[in-house]
Write a protein that binds this ligand. Structure first.
Ligand SMILES: *Cc1c(COP(=O)(O)O)cnc(C)c1O
Length: 227
């Protein structure tokens, strides 16, 4: 049994090796710990090991953990599918949303962002492998949604996110990541606020970092397998 702190060391080393191979600065990739289905105590252990960014997929579960850990300086990222009737708690409790894919949700999140708090950081999710099972916009829909988001006062457009089809081979996966990076570069040239490419999970973080990822979302490699 490895401890969460041991796992974080291993993951951090993998990130460092990957940035080095890609000739990128070691601090150019943020480690986002994906804590879905894991108890607040596991998050606390990862926090004690130095992590500050945590990702949650399920709102109810996240609300409980955010309340339990309210004394910690955690940056919370919402990374799950978001329904339009569930936007309010996300706008109130999280600092980031990685899975924006609709104008209606963008408008609601902006309206519901509490006054006096900084804008909610937003990545647009792209359905990069065109899977019918996945949420996310098509590449052609990125620019129009980005225009809308960038004009909303409660939101700050930070970049793009994808969950590629894991069943494709390594080569196809690498070109999928590179494709998202091309869309990211195009977006960056149009919007000053864009600096984030959210891609890479436990099994493919190296390929994502080689293709320019700036946030890797890591669950099982830190917290162990989910039941
Ligand atoms: C669960 C999840 C992850 C983490 O996956 P692991 O393979 O456990 O690292 C990353 N991103 C999203 C959107 C997820 O739902």
């Amino acid at each position: 049994m490895f401890s969460i702190a041991d796992n974080i060391k291993t993951v951090s080393q993998r990130i460092q090796n990957a940035t080095k191979s890609a000739a990128r600065p070691a601090d150019s990739v943020t480690l986002l710990a994906v804590s879905k289905t894991k108890p607040a105590e596991a998050i606390r252990a990862a926090y004690d090991a130095g992590l500050r960014d945590f990702g949650e997929n399920y709102l109810q579960e996240a609300q409980d953990k955010i309340a339990q850990l309210s004394n910690l300086a955690i940056t919370w990222h919402f990374i799950g599918p978001l329904q339009s009737n569930k936007t309010r708690p996300v706008a109130e409790l999280f600092q980031w949303v990685h899975t924006l894919d609709r104008e209606k949700i963008a408008r609601r999140l902006s309206e519901q962002r509490p006054e006096g708090t900084p804008p909610l950081n937003v990545c647009i999710q792209v359905n990069i492998n065109d899977e019918s099972s996945k949420s996310g916009v098509t590449p052609g829909e990125i620019a129009p949604l980005a225009e809308i988001v960038s004009a909303l006062p409660g939101l700050r457009l930070r970049g793009l996110m994808c969950i590629p089809d894991p069943s494709q081979g390594d080569e196809a996966l690498a070109s999928t990541f590179k494709e998202l990076n091309r869309h990211f570069a195009a977006l960056q040239s149009r919007f000053d606020s864009v600096d984030t490419l959210s891609m890479g999970m436990s099994d493919d973080m190296e390929a994502a970092i080689a293709a320019g990822s700036t946030i890797v979302r890591i669950g099982s490699a830190i917290f162990g397998a989910r039941n």
